[in-house]
Design a protein around this ligand. Structure first.
Ligand SMILES: *Cc1c(COP(=O)(O)O)cnc(C)c1O
Length: 414
């Protein structure tokens, strides 16, 4: 059966999203990333989504306005509360993660701030696995604390420590999987079981995994966060973030976002939607490049340790292999007997990857965490975070595997 006939057109004549059709509910991830959430019947039969630039949406008359305010009609009203472009990209993201609903934000950080601000009150506590994006950690320790929310950090993967940190004020358990930059996979079954046992909600930042490699909602995680700046956008050309979960649990989150105003312009959403069309294809290559380059690095005499969950040597390989479909494009490694300067010479000698923060785009990026994200931390703080002077982080893009390996080889051999 061809795609054309397999998609139920009855749902599309009325302008409904084809996600309403049984076909797309059962479709593979590439079909979902191309078609889900989109309005089929567009202006003049346009295939690509029009960019709706309007910041406000007019009502035909007072009767139409009354239908809207009384909740009888779901439609756009004012841009801060949602736009047509946002609605379709949110539906696409929800379909990709297998969630009831997704909410878009102007960045991944805006998403985590928006979720935690809407869910937590003074006196509440959250428990965090300690390996996490440094700005998430900073938001919790320096800012949530100003509003009387207590953050407890425990060693990543130590569920006994996490359980002992839970008390009657605990509202949320928070983790990334895999983590950045150590690529530690967290056992989601155990994570969810702990949350359920104590009636505490769970949040997973799955930015590094993406719904191509894992769908935490299927494990029973309450909220899944993505920095769409990374693999979902995929082209190093936009910032965005999302939270997905159940409609009921996200209702107050959406209401607060309407007040925070951390929303995307329709031009930005167009870029994200366009990036998502090739999401599954790009992820295949990111996974292939990640695995091949991690194996190359592990076998290279100048390399000390490689952090990549697809390697058998990684401490959490078993967990990752059991719950993930692939291991992504991010690799960290340390250089044998090298100080920071020697390490930076390797970074500088690589010619294909650009020296920049971020990951998940088509262009490979390389960085030395010491000089990039962790420059303003003390040596003691870096030691506790496991950021070593001789550490390099490589975000594999979608270039040809052989080219990336040859380039890294000449940089390491130089
Ligand atoms: C980049 C990143 C974020 C923050 O996302 P922004 O879009 O940059 O705000 C959060 N978590 C992880 C794991 C990230 O890599």
């Amino acid at each position: 059966m061809t795609l054309k006939t397999s998609i139920d057109n009855s749902a599309t004549d009325s302008g409904c999203s084809p996600t309403d059709s049984e076909t797309l509910r059962k479709a593979g991830i590439s079909t979902t990333s191309v078609h889900a959430g989109e309005v089929r019947q567009k202006h003049d039969g346009a295939v690509a989504a029009p960019i709706v630039t309007s910041s406000t949406f007019a009502f035909e008359n007072t009767e139409a306005l009354l239908r809207f305010v009384e909740g009888d009609e779901d439609r756009p009203e004012y841009g801060r509360y949602g736009t047509p472009n946002e609605k379709s990209v949110e539906a696409k993201l929800a379909a990709l993660d297998g969630a009831e609903e997704a909410i878009l934000y102007s960045s991944g950080m805006a998403a985590i701030v928006g979720l935690l601000m809407s869910k937590l009150n003074a006196g509440d506590e959250i428990v965090f696995f300690d390996q996490c994006y440094h700005r998430s950690r900073e938001f919790c320790s320096k800012h949530l604390s100003r509003f009387g929310v207590v953050t407890r950090q425990v060693k990543t993967g130590d569920f006994a420590a996490m359980e002992s940190a839970i008390n009657s004020n605990t509202r949320m358990l928070v983790s990334e999987s895999p983590t950045n930059p150590h690529l530690t996979a967290v056992d989601l079954e155990k994570f969810v079981a702990l949350g359920k046992a104590h009636e505490v909600e769970t949040l997973i930042d799955a930015t590094l995994a993406t719904p191509f490699n894992i769908k935490p909602i299927e494990f029973g995680v309450d909220y899944v966060l993505h920095s769409a700046t990374k693999y979902l956008g995929g082209h190093n050309d936009l910032l965005a973030g999302s939270i997905c979960g159940s409609r009921e649990q996200l209702e107050p989150v959406r209401r607060l976002r309407g007040i925070l105003g951390s929303i995307n312009s329709s031009h930005n959403l167009y870029l994200l939607e366009r990036g998502l069309k090739t999401f599954a294809l790009r992820m295949q290559r990111h996974n292939e490049n990640g695995q091949a380059i991690a194996e190359f690095l592990e076998a290279h005499p100048r390399v000390e340790t490689v952090y990549y969950p697809g390697l058998k040597s990684h401490p959490t390989h078993q967990i990752a292999a059991a719950q993930m479909n692939g291991f992504g494009g991010l690799i960290s490694f340390t250089v044998k007997d090298a100080d920071w300067k020697e390490t930076s010479r390797i970074v500088d000698a690589a010619t294909i990857p650009r020296i920049a923060p971020s990951l998940g785009g088509v262009e490979s990026l390389i960085e030395q965490p010491l000089v990039m994200s962790y420059f303003n931390y003390s040596p003691e703080e870096r030691e506790t975070f496991g950021i070593y002077d001789n550490m390099i982080r490589m975000a594999c893009g979608i270039e040809n595997t052989d080219d990336l390996i040859a380039d890294l080889k000449q940089a390491l051999d130089a």
